[in-house]
Design a binder for this molecule. Structure first.
Ligand SMILES: C[S@@+](CC[C@H](N)C(=O)[O-])C[C@H]1O[C@@H](n2cnc3c(N)ncnc32)[C@H](O)[C@@H]1O
Length: 326
């Protein structure tokens, strides 16, 4: 039985089908990156975090390890951590260990298997902590589970998942998270930084081919959900860095001209045509600070790892947010 609350929404498969048709009908075909994360995708992502080329996880853990005590100072029984895109919740353990009096932890993710595994592991380690997993799309969250009204909410948004959104959508998401966490909200957010192109591209195109398998899994998920349609061997993983947009793009490139029948439609692919599956925007510390301020946050402390590869920002809702709306 599922241990997670589910926010009501249209049937997940109907939403998936609508998003596929919309994305594959565009001139630049695309699929939303949140569909990477079924059970297999979440497993592959965990494998990616252990790859030698994938510096973001190690760099962010280095920062959290060094500063968790400072970030969690003054956190007591009147506080809850609300995590967006929590996945395995491995990084959260560093915060939870530094906040033993914390009242509740609310992990939010589209991957139910990741939430269930994390909950089992964390409740064994923190038996007194209330853990309320929520299966939901964090871009479309109405409200938090009832029972949190009296707690101060500390948002946690690690993994540079914010980088998957272009600037306008990132600003809108940061604003809606600010409203969700009010009053007295804080957001501890991990943001990957601009660096040399070779390091960036290698992190998304590893030698062992795990990121390629992760990318191709989105076609396999379509096959598993809607019947076998894609011949996955006719697509290959591509990762490029667009310097002008400061972002890594992942694509699936058709190795040949082909027509795919899916959801009662035909989708034509030229040889070399791609499906854009994910963007990962890279920021400077100052550039991300500007974005956060545009979304209504005040920027508190910012920490980086020794190499300056990754940043963790402590954002604070302006004090006016603490006053109830008139
Ligand atoms: C890059 S991984 C990061 C995982 C983990 N937080 C970390 O830092 O290692 C992104 C996570 O966010 C989840 N996710 C992606 N888009 C989402 C969305 N729109 N709503 C909820 N969860 C989402 C994925 O299932 C995945 O667990």
């Amino acid at each position: 039985m599922s241990l997670a609350a589910r926010i009501p929404e249209p049937s997940p498969d109907a939403q998936f089908a609508a998003d596929i048709v919309r994305g594959l009908s565009r001139r630049q075909k695309s699929l939303p990156s949140r569909y990477f994360y079924d059970a297999r995708g979440s497993e592959l992502f965990e494998e990616i975090t252990r790859l030698p080329e994938y510096y973001p996880t190690r760099s962010e853990i280095e920062v959290l390890d060094a500063h968790a005590t400072r970030l969690m100072r003054n956190v007591g029984p009147d506080h809850a951590i609300v995590e967006l895109g929590s996945g395995s919740s491995r990084k959260t353990e560093l915060l939870l260990d530094a906040a033993p009096r914390l009242s509740a932890y609310v992990p939010i993710d589209v991957s139910e298997t990741a939430l269930t595994e994390a909950r089992q592991r964390l409740s064994a380690r923190h038996p007194r902590l209330r853990i309320w997993p929520v299966v939901a799309d964090f871009t479309d969250l109405g409200a938090l589970p009832a029972g949190l009204e009296m707690t101060s909410k500390i948002g946690f948004f690690p993994g540079s998942t914010i980088g998957n959104f272009d600037a306008g959508d990132a600003r809108a998401l940061l604003s809606s998270v600010r409203r969700l966490l009010q009053p007295r909200g804080r957001l501890i957010i991990g943001v990957d930084l601009v660096k040399d192109v070779d390091t960036l591209v290698a992190a998304y195109d590893d030698r062992a081919g795990v990121t390629a398998a992760f990318n191709l899994n989105i076609l396999e998920r379509i096959n598993r959900t809607f019947g076998h349609t894609f011949d996955v061997t006719t697509f290959r993983h591509v990762a490029i860095y667009d310097k002008a947009l400061s972002r890594i793009e992942m694509h699936l490139e058709s190795r040949r001209e082909q027509t795919v029948r899916l959801l009662d439609r035909w989708f034509r692919f030229e040889r070399g045509e791609t499906i854009h599956t994910e963007s990962s925007h890279k920021y400077t510390v100052a550039g991300f600070g500007d974005l956060a301020r545009e979304a209504g946050w005040e920027v508190g402390e910012t920490f980086t790892d020794q190499k300056g590869f990754f940043s963790v920002h402590d954002l604070v809702a302006p004090s006016s947010m603490a006053r109830p709306a008139a």
